[in-house]
Ligand binder design. Structure first.
Ligand code: GRF
Length: 207
């Protein structure tokens, strides 16, 4: 019996900073053998910040990296067009199968979102639909929330909206500072994002 190779699922990861979520995904890919099981490969990592610490880690892993700085473009539309070319350039100018925003701190235009329709994912450090936008941990503490967390969702043109694919919940403790809460949430993000991505890889394979 001939076993056909699995079609590839090429994953591009977009970062702006430390890239700990990127790292959790890359490590899960290796540890859980996503290549053998789902045909998954990391196409590359793109950052809008040349100084993003995550870029160095990715390079050390032998992952292709690109920098596309928003400061080099006069408009959001022009930046997103360049970003699109950088992302698609990782995979011979065709859109990757998955584009994973992992601490990518730019608002994207509708044209960019539509180009990756359905294959663009984000992780947001709150229990959406509560607290879209910035300063989520501080806002959760100020509102007296007993629970906080993170959400992985499909990206739509509306900021931090789109189909919720998974959530992780953590307690807000008495006297929590935003930094303490952020650290507790981030630990869960590192579990949640790979788990959600694995479900999508599996579902695509079976589709
Ligand atoms: C994470 O909390 C992510 O949800 C938020 O920014 C943080 C970035 O973390 N958008 P990292 O760059 O993945 O370490």
């Amino acid at each position: 019996m001939t076993v056909l190779p699995k079609p590839k699922q090429r994953i591009a990861i977009l970062i702006s900073g430390g890239g700990s979520n990127m790292r959790a995904i890359v490590e899960a890919l290796h540890r859980r053998r996503w290549n053998d099981r789902y045909g998954a490969v990391i196409a590359g990592v793109v950052s809008n910040q040349a100084s993003a610490a995550g870029l160095q880690w990715a390079e050390a892993q032998g992952i292709a990296t690109r920098v596309c700085s928003h400061r080099d473009y006069a408009s959001r539309e022009a930046f997103d067009e360049a970003l699109k070319q950088a992302v698609d350039g990782l995979t011979d100018q065709a859109p990757p199968d998955w584009v994973v925003l992992a601490g990518f701190m730019r608002i994207l235009t509708p044209a960019f979102v539509e180009h990756y329709d359905g294959r663009l994912l984000n992780i947001h450090p709150s229990l959406l639909p509560a607290f879209p936008g910035l300063h989520t941990h501080q806002r959760a503490i100020e509102m007296g929330c007993r629970f906080a967390g993170a959400t992985v969702h499909r990206v739509t043109a509306a900021l931090d909206h789109g189909e919720i694919l998974g959530q992780a919940v953590v307690p807000v403790l008495a006297d929590d500072t935003p930094d303490q809460l952020a650290a507790r949430v981030l630990t869960q993000e590192h579990r949640l994002y790979p788990d959600v991505l694995e479900q999508l890889l599996q579902a695509r394979l079976q589709a």
